[in-house]
Design a protein around this ligand. Sequence first.
Ligand code: GLA
Length: 417
Amino acid sequence: MVQTAVDPRDKADLLRREAELRFGVAPGSVRVVRSPYRVCPLGAHIDHQLGPVTSMALDRGVLLAYAPSPTREIRVESLEFDGPVRFRLDDVPHRAGDWGDIPRGVAVALGGRGRLDRGLVGLVTGKLHGGGVSSSAAVGVTISLALQEVNGLSLGPDATIELGRQVENEYLGLSNGILDQAAVVVSRRGRLTLTDCRTSQHERISPAPSSPPFKILLVFSGLTRPLVGTDYNRRVAECAEAASVLLAAVGRTVARPVLGELSTAEYETFRHLLRGAPARRAAHFFSEVDRVRRGVSSWRNGDLAGFGHLVTASGESSIRNYECGNPPLIDLFQSLVETDGVYGARFSGAGFRGCCVALVDPDAAADAAEHVAFEHVRRYPDLAEFASAVVCDTGDGAGFLDPPTHHNGRNGHGAPL
Ligand code: GLA
């Protein structure tokens, strides 16, 4: 149940050869692009309200082996999901509710930025059971970079992030923010990425040299379910409701009411006007903004214990004020928090399904993984099939494993972006 790492370069070589066989393309014409999974230690559920968020890319992720197609057709297959996904760039089908929505959404969004002359054939691999580490953003970014490259486009990090947001908001119908794309595009090994979702500015912060080492422990609950079918969008609407009340009270009109349009002082002055769910969502937002601020300072000072406490407090606020989670996930969170060697833990991602993340002392990580996973499966035997624990390190943002030597003679990318 506790998974171990496979060297991504070995995996990439196997994937490249499999793609050559499946698509009958010439050896040497297949490129590989990778995109990491991500975690968000602090700043949960506030990206869509234009708050500040922190993230780290993991040393695990998605690989796409691809080659340009002579036609304007996209044909992608996955080693893990049913396929193939096949469509023409000039006639992209509507959302179908399967993993093919990601390449379809990318093709629509990228097509909206200029003519795409070439399609591609591609083979994707990468799946951590049950979500929470943003595998959809990771897949989307690999397809986006590959499609940009075969068409001689190089949007760069900011526009690639924005394109990812467009895919999620406009094609997939999820009202989320830029956390996932920002994390997988700009992160660097060992650093904490701080993203201001209002300005789309990112800072990659090294820990103080005195900071103790840590591992990232992911424990998947075994619950699987796509985000679009959860209460995610309703929570976003409740935040907007709170923002509208507060903005009316301060007498400000904005194009889109989000809590990030208000200062903490304004919130403190008018919070008594809020009731029920909007009041709790606002309490989460403003307390989380404060935790991000304090957490970044703990990180800079090498105070991992202080950082971890804030992560756990963020997890508690997600349960109490943001009201996400479910009994197995909440039990998993409690169990992690009580385990030796854990600096801090919380739900990973949206917290409606999936997984919990913890920062752990490297010497205690393997035992913590065994212990928490064992207890979880004992308590929830029905979830055992898809439950698992993984100990990871931080990793780099998305990039080409072998910088492409111009599929079309016009473009090249370094790795990572
Ligand atoms: C999901 C969304 C992100 C973010 C997180 C919660 O991963 O895709 O935009 O809102 O949940 O922090």
